[in-house]
Design a protein around this ligand. Sequence first.
Ligand code: ZN
Length: 210
Amino acid sequence: MKTLCSPGFEKLLRKFELEEIENSSETIFGIWSDFTLGYFNSGWKEFAKENGAPPVISSPDYLGRSVIEVCGQELAPFYKNLFESGLAMSEEELHPVQHRYECSSADLFRKFLMTVYPLGEGDGLLVTNSLVIEVEHEKRGTDPNPPMFAEYRDEQDLIRQCSHCRKIKHVSSRSRWDWIPAWVEEPPSEVSHTLCPVCLEHFYPDDEED
Ligand SMILES: [Zn+2]
């Protein structure tokens, strides 16, 4: 498979075996210091395809787009911080920045480990995403709920979905968030992304504000 790399980015990857990265089943991407995408591997393309992402995400047109924008508004500050910590590190750093996150599909609960490798002298980053846990939702005791618009559409006619665990807020209470696989597979048009209280606490442990 042909490598998708923007001009000059390959030079930043000199410490890595490009062929190894390219053929890895992990989702791997490279970003410049301004967080624009400079590289992605075949694992990225596979993951995008399997998870129903629009084809543009795996096309050369996507190089140059900011990965921070792709994160979504709620997670953008978190990833900006994470990548900035990586950029501040030396290429020789033995303990690169790491971060665990959930990215489940309709059928599977999945957790990934993200590792952020500094490239050059703050010139960019190589980001690898390895699958650490993959379990069927039912086996974890997560009960699926049917997609009932009346129970989830709020007074603004929006359906609030957590960008992280992808659960949906029930209108009856602030703390009830339900797992609705049908809407993970095919999100309704009125979905608005936010963070559920559990993920908010996980991501922003110091940020007590609403
Ligand atoms: Zn959540």
